[in-house]
Design a protein around this ligand. Structure first.
Ligand code: 0RQ
Length: 505
């Protein structure tokens, strides 16, 4: 206790999670820490789920509105959804139980760009925030809060919440102190100033959060690891996608549009394909690369260690047990190469544009003109959410979307005539990549794009039907700038719904 909570006034507020949770009332808006698997509160949220379960068992009703950084730990998302404890969820989830509740219409879900969350809360769209539950790694002698493994929206939650519950997690290595850069200079218009960040490693803020101590109603001590992010070795499809991306980088360097060796700051999503691209960079000619992204995973530590990556900025450090050990054992080294920032800064459009980020994100499907659906299966059922993909894709120097050319053992083509839900419009999508190949759409009109997308990216099983669609759409009277046959535009989806596959029999 003394080592982590170094301020007497906060030591007097230490209580159990069960006591702390009494501050949360039915109908409250509760903002919690957490971004990907890193930094979710470990004690108060399970206690809240239990509290809600008991209230329900005695015939009561108890639901809260839940605001987070992005996804939070799978257990947390599941526990709260299982007790039907969430009325409204914002801004991102990626868990099956919550997804089911949302798609059944039992949970309201507001799916917004991650860079917008803080400002929308300041603007009051979500009403007042009653309680913030924020995991930190310690409290200094002066009462400053030392962030944990993710920052997300924590600065905003601590600022706006009426009551604050702190979870001090002594599992977070004390050596992480100093990795964070919390910027306090953001404001709403007309008071905005330029954000003076011109290089990925710039430090423009301070290492700690500050808080009005009067708002802190409880301090709960924990010693629990983040739930480890599952990592799988890249499969053949992911490796093929990564190979096309790496060839493209070489091509852009040769064309003088990217600096040799260092490229431009990279942003990549999480998951198999993103991991394969990062692993592929290791064997390329690159030295001194930089990353300006949301989440850093184990693979990034390897790249930093061998000098492939010079510096990485993110808002979340989602490591496995092994990754964390590697980080702690060499923390003095890594502290010079990694910074964690609030997500309004890690995803800030102004900075993404200025730095010239290479944005690489996953997608569910793209259409023949380059519109991308990242979020809604069949245009109706939410998968995860838009997350940060729009922040980076819309403002990046290069905007790339990556996916296998088929899903569900080939029953679904990820290249379709028209996407039934659009997250990233044709204006924001420059490059599509599947294991089949890469379509560089820059500088091309819609009629020049469609054949390229199909020939380079679609799976051979679906290519002829797509080319036939394009030809007939172009030949139709009044075909227009972006030819479509409206009666057939969703024929792939319609067939999937009727027969269980997009394949023609
Ligand atoms: O489901 O495993 O049950 O079969 O979607 O698909 O191919 O494993 O790819 O993990 O990269 O996810 C768009 C969801 C892709 C993700 C999406 C099914 C497929 C599988 C996953 P199964 P893959 P990924 C950075 C920015 C938005 C948020 C974002 C995403 C499952 O990338 O959520 O970009 N993006 N954040 O079978 C039906 C299709 C499908 C399909 C795939 N067309 N129809 N199902 N699937 N295509 C985030 C951070 O940095 C934190």
């Amino acid at each position: 206790t003394a080592a982590r909570v170094r301020h007497e006034a906060y030591r007097r507020k230490i209580v159990s999670a069960q006591e702390a949770v009494q501050w949360i009332r039915p109908g409250d808006t509760v903002a919690i820490s957490g971004f990907a698997s890193a930094g979710t509160p470990k004690a108060v949220t399970p206690a809240l789920a239990e509290h809600i379960r008991r209230t329900r068992a005695t015939g009561g009703d108890f639901r809260v509105n839940l605001l987070t950084g992005a996804s939070v730990s799978v257990e947390t998302e599941r526990m709260l959804a299982e007790v039907d404890g969430i009325a409204l969820r914002m801004p991102y989830q990626s868990e099956a139980t919550a997804r089911g509740a949302i798609n059944a219409g039992r949970m309201d879900y507001v799916d917004i760009h991650l860079s917008h969350v803080a400002q929308q809360v300041w603007e009051g769209y979500y009403g007042k925030v009653d309680v913030a539950v924020v995991e930190i790694s310690g409290i200094t002698e002066r009462g400053e809060l030392i962030p944990a493994t993710s920052i997300g929206n924590n600065k905003t939650w601590l600022d706006v919440a009426e009551k604050v519950i702190l979870e001090v997690n002594s599992w977070v290595p004390a050596a992480m102190d100093g990795v964070h850069d919390v910027y306090y200079g953001t404001a709403l218009p007309p008071h905005r100033k330029p954000i003076q960040l011109t290089d990925v490693e710039d430090r423009i803020g301070q290492p700690y959060f500050h808080i009005d101590p009067a708002k802190v109603v409880a301090v709960v001590e924990t010693n629990r690891s983040d739930s480890a992010s599952a990592l799988t070795a890249p499969d053949a499809t992911s490796k093929a996608i990564a190979g096309h991306v790496l060839d493209f980088f070489a091509h852009e360097v040769a064309a003088g549009r990217l600096p040799a060796n260092t490229l431009l700051p990279l942003q990549s999503g999480v998951g198999n394909v993103a991991n394969a691209v990062l692993a592929g960079l290791d064997s390329g000619p690159y030295r001194g690369l930089t990353c300006y992204s949301e989440v850093l995973q184990d693979g990034m530590l390897d790249l930093i260690k061998d000098g492939t990556v010079r510096f990485a900025s993110a808002t979340s450090l989602a490591l496995s047990e092994a990754g964390l050990k590697e980080f702690v054992d060499n923390v003095d080294f890594y502290r010079d190469h990694i910074v964690l920032r609030p997500q309004e800064i890690s995803n800030h459009p102004e900075i993404v544009r200025r730095l010239g980020i290479i944005a690489m994100n996953g997608m569910l499907e793209a259409d023949i003109y380059g519109n991308v659906n990242s979020t809604h299966v069949m245009g109706t059922r939410i998968m995860n959410g838009i997350g940060g993909s729009g922040d980076f894709a819309r403002n990046g120097y290069l905007s790339m979307f990556l996916s296998p050319s088929t899903a569900k053992n080939g029953a679904i083509s990820s290249i379709v005539p028209m996407v039934p839900h659009v997250d990233h419009t044709e204006h924001d999508v420059q490059v599509l990549v599947t294991e089949q190949g890469l379509a560089d759409l820059r500088g091309l009109s819609p009629r020049r794009r469609s054949r390229l997308v199909v020939n380079n990216c679609a799976h051979p099983d679906y290519r002829d039907e797509l080319l036939d669609y394009i030809e007939r759409a172009e030949a139709a009277p009044g075909a227009g700038q972006t030819p479509h046959l409206l009666g057939e535009a969703f024929s792939f989806h319609d067939r999937l719904q009727r027969t269980g596959t997009m394949r023609a029999s």
